[in-house]
Each structure stands twice: as C-alpha cells, then as structure tokens.
Design a protein around this ligand. Structure first.
Ligand SMILES: Cc1cc2nc3c(=O)[nH]c(=O)nc-3n(C[C@H](O)[C@H](O)[C@H](O)COP(=O)(O)OP(=O)(O)OC[C@H]3O[C@@H](n4cnc5c(N)ncnc54)[C@H](O)[C@@H]3O)c2cc1C
Length: 455
C-alpha cells in the first residue's frame, strides 16, 4: 500500500503534524525509539496553546529572573500573559499518538529511517523495520537530521543550544524558591583554573523553573557555534547543583529524570523542501533565536498540516510548491536583530557582561529598560519602536568596542543590515563608522545568514 505521507520522527513536530494530517490522509510515522518518549520538557507562551493542547498543560512560569545571582533585584511578575504554561510531555505526546491511530494512520516504534529514493510517483523509504511507500516524505527527525545531511544541507554556521539538566525533587522544601519562578542566565565566578571547565570563561548559564511545591527543573545551557557533548555538560551541571554556594537549594535535590538535548538557534533553514520531501521542526530549524522550538511547533503545526493536506489533495508535491508551504508570519524584522544580539550575548559575552545585560532590567539601573520588553522579545511580539528602546539602552550601557568583541566578524553584516531597518540613523552611522563600513552595501557579500529573513 502507499501512504499519503511518511513522517520520519515521533517527536513533537512529527506527532503534532501527523495528528492533524491524519484527519484527511493516510500517514505513517516511523520513530527510531518510542514515539512520544522525549528527554525534553517545555514551557511556552500562553498564546501558542490551542484548545486541543490546553488540557495537556499545567502550572507555568509566573515570575521571571527570580533570584538570579547577578540581577536579583531585576525580577518581575510575568505581565504579557498571566503565566507561561508547562507542557505535560508525558501526556500530550501519547495523546497525539492515540489521535493518529484513532484517525486510521500508523505509528511504528523502533523503526529507524535509513534511506529513501524519490521517483515520479512517490517515495520509497527504507527503515530498520522494512521498506515503505509514500507519496511524500516529511522529515521531523530533529536537529541531527540524516535526511538533511543526505541532501548536503549544511548547518555548520549555526548557533546551537546545548542543554543538560534534571527534573528533581526537593525533600526539604524549596529553600526560598517559589512555585512559578523562572531563574535564568545565572553565571558564576571562576571556580576552576582550567579555562574549558571554568564557569566564567567556559560559561554555561544556569536556569531553573519551579514546577510545583516539591519539584524543579534545573539546567545548564550553552549557546555556541558548536554542539557541546553530554559528557562535557553532565559534570558541569553536577558541580553547579551540588557545590556552588549560590545553589544551596539544590544541594539536597533528588534527581528524578535527566533532561537534555541540542537544537539549532537563530536561523530557519532556507532549504525547507526538496522534490516530494519537506522538513519540519528542528530538522527545518523551526526555532527562534530565544530557543522556543516547541513554541514554534505549537504556533505553526495546524496551518502547516492544513497546507500540506491541500498540496496532497491537489498533487502539488514538487519542490517549488512544497517550499511555499512554510510561512512563519509572526516575526517582525525589528525583533530579529534584537534576537540576534541576544544570541551573541548568550553565546559570546563574558560572564560580567551578561550580568550587566541582566541588570538593565533592574529598576535601579540608570539605563533601565522595562522588563516587559524582555518578555516581548521572548514571545516574538515586540514592535519596531519597542525594539529601538531596548537597543538604545544597550548601546548606552555598553561601549561599542565591548559589543564588537562579542560579535564574530562574519556576523557584522547580518546585524548591520537588519539594524539598518529600524534603528535611528544616528546610532547606525555610529556603528558603521566604528566598523569602517559606509553603508550596508559595503558589507562583504555572501556572508549574510539568509535564515533570519522570515516572511
Ligand atoms: C532540555 C530542553 C529543553 C527545552 N525547552 C524548551 C522550552 O521550554 N520551550 C520551547 O519552546 N522549546 C524548548 N526546547 C526546544 C524543543 O524541545 C525542540 O525544538 C523540539 O523538541 C523539536 O521537536 P522535533 O520533533 O522537531 O525534534 P525532536 O524533539 O528532536 O524529535 C525528533 C524525533 O525524531 C526521532 N528520530 C531521529 N532520527 C531518526 C531516524 N533516523 N529514524 C526515525 N526517527 C528518528 C528522534 O528519536 C525523536 O523522537 C527544549 C529543548 C531541550 C533539549
């Protein structure tokens, strides 16, 4: 038999899309492990949670930057939404598996994708569980997509989130932390002379969210141009939660479940489709520079699946037609530069500079910025004028040479070109003078990352 679509990957992207597409099409999901079994966990902005997903969410973040070591006074109550709910991954993903099966489609576990061949009538997919035939292939296999590699799609220039952490139980209570707290971007003074292992120079940031009266999810994250392996992250995480003076509330925590993974940041691959093949989720870099991979999926899966259904019905499965399907409309150019700048801060700024950035949200700071803008950057809901306010504060707080030091030369043109669209001319002229560029046209060609150019 021939499936309408074969989906590789039973993570949130594959299952969400299949749950919709299987309403009108015969779909097969192949998963190399167990579909819906994930080492990830998510909190998301309230506005991406639809009525179907809502019953599978709980609690949520209500206070940001709570108790961040360096910016303790900057904490604030969530304002854009009353809360940022947690997704119950142990219930939502199995619910999607059940929905797909209930709709008459198939989900097969322990069935790793190996290879595929496209011909005029469809796609033959070779897996560890045998060969399957479909009219099209949807790659939802995540950040390390074999299929993208088979097409020669390179991600070498991307920034990557590397995350390692744990859901843990606090038998002696929360030690002053409160349900709903989200502590982010904590840095540490140097506690190790070895630069690679140093918390200041090698710098992960530490974060935690308090899930309920006894449970936290704490993690370290790195945003770098390379993927940090698990073996490197695990001892750093353990050192932070067991030994650092400022994490005393975690020293007695019982680890219930490890959570970790990697995902791309800051770009949506422009290579979103090939003949009879389309990429989605992390495999298509459906993520934002602030790391909202799951939010991006929740915000887009229905429309994406709807358009795929139309393409299947009209038999428009050529590369050109499939490339037109993804349209991520919720970003303005202005927020992209701010996100790009955030990316550079989180990845390249030394710990004290990151602390100063956090301190901008502190009411006592002379260059204070209303924290609502921080939330708006996160939720991709900031206007051009608001972006300008944040950027101007950053340019007042930091010397241009400090900012230049965190921007790798190959990223200058990207930032200048994006910035030119909305920052006041005088500021831009100053930046251009500093870099010795008269205008955006002087930027070296071919170096701009086209991934930021969403429509
Ligand atoms: C620890 C952590 C915390 C996060 N927190 C948040 C958050 O708070 N909010 C947010 O919005 N985002 C968050 N993210 C990002 C989010 O998890 C990802 O963007 C999201 O999981 C992407 O979903 P996906 O289905 O595309 O990929 P994945 O979740 O990676 O799923 C891919 C699936 O494909 C399967 N697969 C891979 N190769 C094959 C193969 N050859 N054959 C068959 N199957 C295969 C894998 O086993 C997996 O099940 C977090 C990520 C991590 C790691």
């Amino acid at each position: 038999m021939t499936y309408d679509a074969i989906i590789v990957g039973g993570g949130p992207a594959g299952l969400a899309i299949a749950s919709e597409l299987s309403r009108t099409n015969r779909v097969l999901v192949v998963e190399k492990g167990i579909a819906g079994d994930t080492k990830r966990s998510w909190f998301v902005p309230l506005n991406v949670v639809d009525n179907v997903v809502r019953p599978y969410t709980y609690g949520g973040v209500t206070r940001f930057l709570a108790n961040t070591y360096s910016g303790a006074k900057a904490q604030w109550q969530a304002r854009q939404f009353e809360r940022y709910p947690y997704v119950d991954e142990k219930r939502l993903l199995p619910f999607w598996v059940d929905t797909i099966r209930h709709n008459g489609s198939d989900v097969v576990d322990r069935c790793a994708y190996l290879a595929h061949e496209v011909d005029a009538a469809g796609v033959t997919v070779k897996t560890a569980g045998g060969e399957f035939r479909g009219r099209m292939l949807i790659d939802c296999s995540g950040y390390d997509s074999v299929i993208a590699k088979q097409y020669g799609i390179s991600r070498e220039d991307y920034y990557w989130w590397s995350v390692f952490g744990a859901v843990g139980e606090h038998p002696d209570g929360l030690g002053g932390m409160e349900v709903g707290d989200y502590m982010m971007w904590q840095t540490f003074a140097d506690t190790n002379a070895d630069k690679n292992a140093s918390l200041r120079e090698g710098r992960p940031v530490f974060e935690y969210e308090i899930l309920d009266e006894r449970t936290s999810f704490s993690l370290i994250l790195y945003l770098r141009k390379v993927i940090v392996p698990r073996e490197e992250m695990e001892p750093v995480f353990n050192r932070i939660i067991r030994e650092e003076a400022s994490t005393a509330a975690f020293h007695g925590m019982n680890v219930k479940e490890l959570k970790y993974g990697w995902y791309p940041s800051g770009a949506v691959s422009q290579e979103l489709a090939r003949e009879r093949v389309i990429f989605a989720g992390d495999a298509a870099c459906w993520t934002t520079p602030c790391g909202w991979g799951m939010s991006f999926i929740l915000n887009n899966y229905r429309e994406f699946a709807g358009k795929l259904g139309d393409a299947l019905m009209e038999d428009r499965l050529d590369q050109e037609s499939l490339e037109e399907i993804p349209s991520f409309s919720f970003r303005e150019r202005g927020e992209i530069v701010l996100n790009a700048l955030m990316t550079h801060f989180l990845s390249n700024a030394p710990a004290p500079m990151l602390d100063r950035f956090i301190d901008l949200f502190n009411a006592g700071n002379p260059n204070h910025v209303d924290p609502i803008y921080c939330e708006k950057v996160f939720t991709l809901d900031i206007s051009v004028d608001e972006t300008r306010i944040v950027l101007e504060a950053m340019l007042k707080e930091f010397e241009l040479k400090e900012l230049a030091a965190i921007l790798p030369a190959e990223d200058y043109p990207l930032l200048l070109e994006e910035a030119a669209h909305f920052v006041a001319g005088s500021v831009i002229d100053e930046v251009r003078d500093f870099f010795g560029l008269k205008d955006a046209a002087d930027a070296p060609s071919g170096t701009r990352n086209p991934g930021f150019d969403f429509t």
